[in-house]
Ligand binder design. Sequence first.
Ligand SMILES: NC(=O)c1ccc[n+]([C@@H]2O[C@H](COP(=O)([O-])OP(=O)(O)OC[C@H]3O[C@@H](n4cnc5c(N)ncnc54)[C@H](O)[C@@H]3O)[C@@H](O)[C@H]2O)c1
Ligand SMILES: [Fe+2]
Length: 370
Amino acid sequence: MWSYCNPVDVSFGAGAFEALPKLINGRRYAIITYPDAPFEALTQSLQKVAGAAVLVINDIAPNPDFRLLGDQCARFDGLPQAPEVLVALGGGSVIDSAKVYAAALGDFRRVQRFLETKEGGSELGATPIIAVPTTAGTGSEVTHWATVWDEQSNHKYSLALLGLYPEHAVVDPALMLGKPAGLTLATGLDALSHALESIWNINANPVSARHAVFGAKTILRDLPALMKDLGNLDLRSSIAEASLAAGLAFSNTKTSIAHNLSYPMTLGWHVQHGIACSFTLPVVLESVKGIGGFREDSLKDIFGPDLGAGAQQLTAFLAELGVGHRMNDHGVPSTAFRMIVDEAFAGERGRNFVGQKENFLNAANRLGVI
Ligand SMILES: NC(=O)c1ccc[n+]([C@@H]2O[C@H](COP(=O)([O-])OP(=O)(O)OC[C@H]3O[C@@H](n4cnc5c(N)ncnc54)[C@H](O)[C@@H]3O)[C@@H](O)[C@H]2O)c1
Ligand SMILES: [Fe+2]
């Protein structure tokens, strides 16, 4: 027995951004975006055709943090009438911030209480969201959770509520043409990680696995070419579609061990999310040889019949993109390895993993991660 569900309407293609006024459809709306010039221009052009937004939040910073979210949520409280829909124009940090505002209804303390105590869920809202991703990476446009960071207490939370699935995802690869190399690489590898993490996952199902196989194969094929030709719209489209597929896959499974290994490396050593959650993928792959069933079949569909050789190929793929597979390559001391691994396996995402800690440690030894 299995089931698959994703309720998000998706519009995909270069120029899809033009459909936004029709999707807003006369509702009071807010725009959430970054402060940079291209996003300012898109904000202006949208308001020209869709009418003025009731609120523009344009100070989104990478990795939504308690402190800034508290200040931003209060801006909703000061409005004469709350927006009926939130247009999130940006990457994961923008879409995740919009999910927090949708739940907070003008008061971030509601969300904070829920994250810290798991209480007060019935007081949370779910303002509809139209997600317009400008990175091909997080898949947040088709998931029902937001990653929320509290740098002060060195903690990462996941705000997960079924009401937070965006109403609509508008994926326009033309908006991604200006992404610089480092961001293109990190977000592309984040999407690869989502695809693979959804396969070696206790929540995997045959539909999520098919999305994941397509997503992973496409990234392995096209990301190196895109890195050499960042202005190529066909390659941008291909990676955007792969990221969407990975999103559809892990929307039903959540992530797994590679993500749980990544969070302390991002919080403690500032390793960029997409790099932190992907450089350990070869070790995880090597460690799940022999898991059997449709999960192993899916991995063999991507990497060929010998998953050990697949792990070597994946290490070489990452190396070609300049991503080393050792902790030291990312400034994380080898002495932290055991603590990171122990915590990752004990945590919620770690418990989604179908593999064994002992196999992981052996694989880490064989591949020389520390
Ligand atoms: N909710 C989910 O399902 C989910 C999944 C994975 C990651 N995340 C979270 O998403 C966040 C990372 O999101 P992200 O990787 O998309 O990046 P981001 O939203 O943090 O943006 C990083 C930078 O990229 C720039 N940028 C974005 N789009 C651009 C474009 N088209 N052209 C030029 N510059 C652009 C922005 O100005 C910003 O400074 C993290 O907080 C991570 O934890 C959420
Ligand atoms: Fe991720």
